[in-house]
Unconditional design. Structure first.
Ligand code: PLP
Length: 482
């Protein structure tokens, strides 16, 4: 049923109101405002909207029925005929719009994200970075949402501070200080890390600026940097992450304006940068006044007793722009991420967020704040850490039992492993996909899509028995490719 219909009787000529209404409906069908099969509003509602008597509406509709434009439907009203009259009445003889030449719109930017290798819909999806949403405590979170939506509580329906719903900002600030050692920072809540990275790029970079990025990395972040006109300079990485000498050389050669790093769990290789190397990187950046964008996307999932703190936890010079996300610990569709930045940057970032997307959804922020305050968030984290550690161990066991040609280093944390298969990982990933198993080849993480021999396998979103079953098929694929 078309509940409302935009009709202007004043545009139509005609002696009587019912003729003008009939002409207006014909015009609406002609223009495509009304589609064949659409049910019209009731005669009463049309009469009320147009300020005319219901009988006048009925007279107009009946005329259209007689002409073959409408058909009456028992107990429902009138519907636009699916086969429209081909003989034009006088009203349609003059075309409403003269045919015009189609104009093309010139885009100033065209950025794509590789979608040629879909990672959804597989029976066994070793998707990296995806949490197991099947064990998210949905009832618990629904209770928090329901509390926020109680009658009379209009706060969660309203605009809030663009920097974030204040109770959530407080919870994030406390959590960062207590758990990650990051303190005295301004928090800006964003739509995932993606928006946080995008905002940094917009505020720090000018077209043509060079940005140092790890030689294998996270393409959506690169694209956000490119959207600001940045030129990416890939830097060498090894089994300890970003190589300091490569950074030193690039700073001198390219006058870098920003460094993007995933120091805690290098994406995609999972390497954790040791403390000494981190201080080398930090001092190079400091010496060259180079801001660091630290993307800490899965800090919560560390499997040793004393996880390293992020770079932002010891940043006396205030050069680290720290970005993190709730996509892995809450759920990705919540689109909650945040920036933790030196306080003097707060206002420009807050204003930019206001201009870009006004703010994050107050309701989701409020529910998350309550969930964090209740302690349930950290309980969930502790549980998931145990679950994911067991899954990591299962995946590593499977890889070890397959043995040659596979080799893998055991990640300290995170949600994925980086595995060498000593042959084209594009070929292996394609063959696995044909058997309904998704694994991500190295080329996905290379700035130019260059093929390599590594695969990234996520272990978080499948149970241990799913991991075993998926790896059994993977082993067969590997055997067939030898
Ligand atoms: C390196 C990296 N950064 C950030 C993110 C998180 O993105 P978002 O918070 O926008 O969901 C991911 C998610 O997979 C990631 O792998």
């Amino acid at each position: 049923m078309v509940r409302e219909l935009n009709i202007d009787l004043n545009r139509e000529s005609g002696r009587s109101t019912y003729r003008r209404l009939a002409a207006a409906i014909r015009r609406a069908i002609h223009k495509g405002t009304l589609f064949p099969g659409d049910l019209l509003p009731s005669t009463r509602s049309l009469g009320e909207t147009l300020g005319i008597h219901r009988h006048t509406v009925t007279a107009a509709l009946q005329e259209l029925v007689a002409e073959g434009w409408l058909e009456p439907i028992a107990r429902k009203g009138y519907r636009v005929c699916t086969v429209l009259p081909t003989v034009f009445t006088r009203a349609q003889r003059t075309p409403l719009f003269a045919p015009t030449q189609r104009l093309s719109i010139t885009l100033k930017k065209q950025l794509t994200i590789d979608g040629t290798f879909p990672d959804r819909g597989f029976r066994f999806a070793f998707q990296s970075g995806k949490p197991d949403l099947r064990i998210f405590p949905i009832d618990d979170f629904r209770r928090q949402l329901a509390e926020c939506l109680k009658k009379g509580k209009t706060e969660t329906l309203d605009y809030t501070d663009p920097a974030g719903f204040p109770p959530l900002v407080k919870e994030i600030g406390d959590y960062l200080r207590r758990v990650r050692g990051v303190k005295d920072r301004a928090i800006i809540v964003t739509h995932g890390s993606q928006e946080a990275i995008f905002i940094i790029a917009q505020l720090l970079l000018s077209p043509g600026d060079c940005v140092g990025v790890e030689g294998l990395g996270y393409p959506p972040a690169w694209q956000a940097l490119r959207a600001a006109g940045a030129q990416l300079i890939p830097l060498a990485i090894d089994e300890e992450g970003l190589v300091p000498a490569a950074l030193e050389e690039a700073v001198q050669r390219h006058n870098l304006r920003l460094l993007y790093t995933t120091a805690l769990h290098q994406y995609p290789t999972t390497a954790t940068m040791p403390v000494t190397r981190r201080s080398e990187i930090y001092s190079i950046a400091h010496r060259h006044k180079l801001p660091i964008l630290e993307d800490d996307y899965d800090h919560e999932f560390h499997f040793r007793s004393h996880p390293l703190a992020p770079l932002a936890a010891s940043d006396p010079a205030g050069i680290v722009l720290y970005v993190s996300t709730f996509s892995k610990v809450l759920f990705p569709a919540a689109r909650i991420g945040f920036l933790a930045i030196p306080p003097d940057l707060k206002e420009p970032f807050r204003h930019f967020k206001r201009i870009q997307s006004r703010q994050n959804e107050t309701l989701v922020q409020a529910a998350l704040a309550r969930w964090m305050r209740s302690g349930a968030f950290e309980r969930h984290l502790r549980k998931m850490r145990r679950v994911y550690k067991d899954r990591r161990d299962t995946l590593i066991d499977c890889i070890h039992s397959i043995g040659s040609p596979l080799s893998v280093s055991i990640p300290d944390g995170g949600m994925a492993v980086w595995m060498d298969c000593e042959r084209s990982s594009d070929r292996i990933a394609k063959a696995a996909a044909e058997k309904d198993v998704f694994v991500a080849p190295e080329s996905r993480f290379h700035p130019e899509g260059r093929t390599g021999t590594h695969l990234r396998l996520g272990f978080a979103n499948q149970t241990e028995s799913e991991i075993r079953a998926g790896m059994k098929i993977f082993q067969e694929v590997l055997g067939a490719e030898r």
